[in-house]
Design a protein around this ligand. Sequence first.
Ligand SMILES: [Zn+2]
Ligand SMILES: [Zn+2]
Length: 308
Amino acid sequence: MKCSRCKKLACVALPSHNAGFCPECFPLFFTRQVETAIRREKMFTLDERILVALSGGKDSLALMLELKLQGYNVTGLHIDLGIPDSSWKARKKVEDFCEKNELQLQVFEMEKWGLPICDVKEFVDRPVCAVCGKLKRHIFNKVALEGGYDALATGHNLDDEVARLFANTLRWDTAYLSDQGPVLPASGGFVRKVKPLFRLSEFETANYAFLKGIEIHSDPCPYSSGASFTNHKQLWGELEYRSPGQKFQFYNGFLQRGKQAFAALEKEIGADVKPCEECGSPTSVGRCSICRIKESVATKKAAAQAGK
Ligand SMILES: [Zn+2]
Ligand SMILES: [Zn+2]
């Protein structure tokens, strides 16, 4: 196969775009996709300050590098989860990456905040991944607001978005279907959230990270039984193989025609959001779930230590 741009030997075949690219031209394709996403969805401008969530995985690091190369004002935010023998490795990868590429980085330590994920695993009676995800979203938002950032960018790719949309659709979860998308505008205590990689597949992001020589953290989380939405992603892999472009059509069709309908419905039946009595974060109950988790872990931990 020949490169669609320069006619040299292609190394990445992209059936959904009816194209293939050589190692020099593929990053240009990637850049164009990110530019289109930012422009069409009006994500942010060159004057704004963007906080980029960096887990250390290929998507977040690829996003950070690409935004910096496009001239955006970016700062990385890494959350050190406080999982023994694991979190420091991810943190090291992120720190090294930022140093090498002269990127600003902020590290939030859950241990210092009083709630390392190892305590969540030990003292919270719910699946640790769900609680961890909730805590991370809370912290991203909190740090972005406190730091006066204009937007929070995450490395969610097309496969992540399609798998989530599919899961929400299988449950007809109208609350989630009403506000899933590549841009969530700022509102009542929430910073604007953007996903500049939503037009790119996991395969494409992985190729970009590889061709740019990014060293990624790829160890699975020791507390997770497997990547989230794995089955749905496999199913979609099959659909995409049979009819290339299906994933993007499904997601884009939802954005064009589905989302507004759910948003209108949710406006009528959705819960009101108010600031949490304790921490001020938006919540539909008096004290937010984060404050309740923190208190419950502190109580159980104290009891466990007293019992020793
Ligand atoms: Zn080429
Ligand atoms: Zn709270």
